[in-house]
Design a protein around this ligand. Structure first.
Ligand SMILES: *[C@@H]1O[C@H](CO)[C@@H](O)[C@H](O)[C@H]1NC(C)=O
Ligand SMILES: *[C@@H]1O[C@H](CO)[C@@H](O)[C@H](O)[C@H]1NC(C)=O
Ligand SMILES: *[C@@H]1O[C@H](CO)[C@@H](O)[C@H](O)[C@H]1NC(C)=O
Ligand SMILES: *[C@@H]1O[C@H](CO)[C@@H](O)[C@H](O)[C@H]1NC(C)=O
Ligand SMILES: *[C@@H]1O[C@H](CO)[C@@H](O)[C@H](O)[C@H]1NC(C)=O
Ligand SMILES: *[C@@H]1O[C@H](CO)[C@@H](O)[C@H](O)[C@H]1NC(C)=O
Ligand SMILES: *[C@@H]1O[C@H](CO)[C@@H](O)[C@H](O)[C@H]1NC(C)=O
Ligand SMILES: *[C@@H]1O[C@H](CO)[C@@H](O)[C@H](O)[C@H]1NC(C)=O
Ligand SMILES: *[C@@H]1O[C@H](CO)[C@@H](O)[C@H](O)[C@H]1NC(C)=O
Length: 365
């Protein structure tokens, strides 16, 4: 299971700030040309609204969002934080400069070269997104999860039209992981999340969690062993529509508070109850945390792409409900992103505190 905040909650979070003028957007209500880009949270704007998470199908035109940085084979490690931009608001789309952006929350340098993502009662959790997209490929994260009821560690892929593939770890279960996937924001009818386990303690031990996402088969693996396989044909309906994740996706890493009062009861139960902020671990460290040692990416298209490939761009639907995706040499860098941010819409995000932003971020986890 993966959980989304309700739209009413999102609206109430926004409404609690004055001078909110951002227009909402979705696939049937596109953004105006004055604020052409539909952000990952469904609001129109310019500048960083046009970067990671910008939904082409809800933006003013199919080309309003910046092209998405193309996949590149890599083994991303965290011996220092120089490849991580600590505040995604300042990202300009240059994926050569940074491997990751921090969308919300806080990271700290650990002593042994891991990425530490932290959750406090105030920060609402931490989420990072890769700057590059994967359009099919094998992604492995070597990580240690949290071990506290209500605290969820996640490693997922997420496309700009909300195709999503998950590994999630509710903190009260440290011998298992959960696999799940979504197609354009919905759970395809025949599928549900699954639990895979009997692992040595996932808090104390690193395990390799793999999402092997190919055109026709999606495989989840733990420590190199297949634990679940889904075929595209398993989720192709009688109507011929393939409800299989098929659009370029960012890799996202997070620790988030599912066990809080504003979550639905189902979410709280799934996550292992309300978070105990008096937990001795929390008292001792001042935060909850999850650790990531490396994320390796093997792109399915790296050999077939032209040598000057820079980006993915959405086109008209190739078949019903399946946007065409083209590899291009168009730049992904949004020149002057910072200066445009002052326009209507962008204000909303600078006005909202980090914890509200993370709560909104939970939409995507
Ligand atoms: C799309 O957005 C419009 C305007 O905000 C809203 O009226 C409509 O209900 C939304 N549609 C969906 C499917 O969310
Ligand atoms: C990635 O790098 C780490 C650290 O050097 C190494 O332990 C790991 O095996 C590498 N992963 C892959 C898939 O090569
Ligand atoms: C983490 O380490 C990097 C260099 O490895 C340094 O530039 C950065 O300031 C450190 N961050 C913190 C929060 O200590
Ligand atoms: C992107 O960043 C790299 C590395 O910092 C730099 O060499 C390059 O000029 C930048 N590209 C653009 C278009 O700004
Ligand atoms: C879990 O692993 C242990 C040790 O390998 C094994 O003895 C046990 O039968 C396994 N349990 C399940 C439910 O697979
Ligand atoms: C959360 O809900 C519990 C149980 O209803 C209540 O005791 C607690 O005061 C609530 N906390 C907050 C911050 O609202
Ligand atoms: C194209 O695909 C998108 C995404 O599934 C969908 O919202 C839209 O209705 C489709 N348009 C047509 C003409 O099929
Ligand atoms: C992209 O490719 C086209 C055709 O090959 C070429 O004319 C154009 O200059 C290239 N643009 C960039 C930004 O490299
Ligand atoms: C990122 O920068 C914006 C603009 O300065 C600021 O409002 C926001 O709080 C920052 N976010 C984080 C997580 O520090």
């Amino acid at each position: 299971m993966s959980f989304k905040l309700s739209i009413p909650l999102v609206l109430s979070l926004l409404a609690s700030f004055s001078a909110v003028s951002a227009q909402q957007c979705n696939a049937t209500s596109l953004c105006p040309s004055s604020a052409p880009c539909c952000s990952e949270f469904g609001f129109c704007g310019t500048g960083d609204f046009c970067l990671g998470g910008c939904n082409p199908l809800a933006s003013n035109t199919l080309t309003s969002c910046m092209p998405e940085p193309v996949c590149q084979n890599a083994n991303l490690t965290f011996s220092d934080t120089s490849r991580i931009l600590s505040n995604a608001t300042y990202f300009d789309g240059n994926a050569t400069k940074y491997d990751w952006v921090v969308n919300s929350g806080t990271i700290i340098n650990s002593t042994s070269g891991e990425l530490a993502m932290i959750l406090t009662e105030d920060n609402g959790g931490t989420r990072l997104s890769s700057t590059r997209y994967v359009h099919y490929g094998q992604i492995t994260a070597r990580l240690k999860t949290g071990r506290w009821g209500g605290v969820v560690t996640a490693f997922i892929t997420m496309s700009d039209i909300k195709d999503e593939i998950d590994w999630e770890f509710p903190g009260d279960q440290t011998t298992e992981g959960q696999s799940n996937f979504f197609w354009q924001g919905v759970v395809p009818q025949k599928t549900v999340g699954e639990t895979h386990g009997n692992l040595s303690d996932t808090f104390s031990n690193y395990h390799d969690y793999t999402i092997d996402w190919q055109q026709d088969t999606l495989t989840w693996l733990i420590d190199g062993q297949t634990v679940r396989t889904l075929k595209r044909s398993d989720v192709t309906g009688d109507d011929g529509v393939s409800r299989y994740p098929s659009t370029p996706s960012r890799v996202q890493l997070s620790i988030w508070p599912a066990g809080i009062n504003s979550s639905g009861q189902g979410t709280i139960d799934w996550a292992g109850g309300l978070i105990n902020w008096d937990d001795p671990d929390y008292k001792a460290a001042g935060h909850f945390y999850a650790l990531v040692e490396s994320v390796s990416v093997t792109c399915a298209d790296s050999k077939s792409n032209p040598s000057d490939a820079q980006s993915y761009v959405y086109g008209k639907n190739a078949s019903a409900f399946s946007p065409q995706v083209t590899v291009t040499n168009e730049t992904t860098v949004n020149n002057g992103a910072g200066s445009l941010r002052a326009l209507a819409g962008a204000n909303v995000w600078t006005a909202i505190g980090a914890s509200a932003v993370m709560a909104l971020g939970a939409l995507l986890v």
